[in-house]
Design a protein around this ligand. Structure first.
Ligand SMILES: [Mg+2]
Length: 210
């Protein structure tokens, strides 16, 4: 089958989102809260999970920034106590099963492949530390505190963004958007020449595009 993207993949720089693209973030947070609940009675993981969206989401500048450490402090846990959970969290399958295969596929074909993640630097760093399977991809991840399209403007074109949030309308002409919809039952949808939706990061799916 021919490639759908009319760009040589070797010219492309690929950026791949972390939350809900590579990492099952909801599972990560739920697992963390369950581990904390085992230490401290009174925490109901389901309730606390809801509070991540209500009490600890900073939307002051139009972006959605989860104030993770504020939430943990509110529950009475120190940063050290949270970091102590790195090992048990790292033992859980918190990445989507295709995450590493997908990254490796992109890394073989693209000029450069890097994780691009938005949010509080220390929180993003903690999550990355909890997924050691990502190896160098985690070490080399770029953590930003601005809009993804602004960050993509700094990437030399042609470039491609893999993200569960479809921001195709905000990207510049030199960018390709690949929306990773983990809830889709259709493996690959092409919306236009430079806009795709895929259901997974399996190499078999990716190789249809690039
Ligand atoms: Mg995301």
């Amino acid at each position: 089958m021919g490639k759908l993207l009319s760009i040589e993949s070797g010219e492309l720089e690929a950026k791949v989102d972390l939350d809900r693209t590579l990492l099952d973030t909801d599972l990560f947070l739920h697992t963390l809260l369950v581990l904390l609940a085992e230490q401290k009675k009174g925490i109901v993981p389901a309730q606390e999970f809801t509070r991540t969206e209500t009490d600890f989401m900073d939307k002051s500048d139009g972006l959605r920034r989860y104030l993770f450490w504020k939430h943990m402090a509110d529950l009475g846990f120190s940063e050290q106590q949270i970091w102590d959970l790195k090992r048990p969290l790292a033992a859980r399958p918190l990445l989507y099963s295709d995450a590493l295969r997908g990254l490796n596929y992109l890394n073989e074909r693209c000029k450069k492949t890097q994780i691009l993640t938005f949010g509080e630097k220390d929180y993003q760093g903690f999550k990355l530390a909890c997924v050691p399977l990502l190896g160098q991809f985690a070490t080399d991840a770029e953590i930003i505190d601005c809009r993804k399209n602004e960050a993509m403007n700094d990437v030399p074109p042609p470039n491609v963004l893999f993200d569960d949030n479809d921001i195709s309308g905000e990207l510049s002409l030199g960018s390709v958007m690949v929306c990773v919809n983990r809830h889709s039952h259709v493996p690959l949808v092409q919306h236009s020449e430079r806009h795709f939706t895929i259901a997974n990061l399996e190499p078999e799916t990716l190789e249809q595009i690039l």
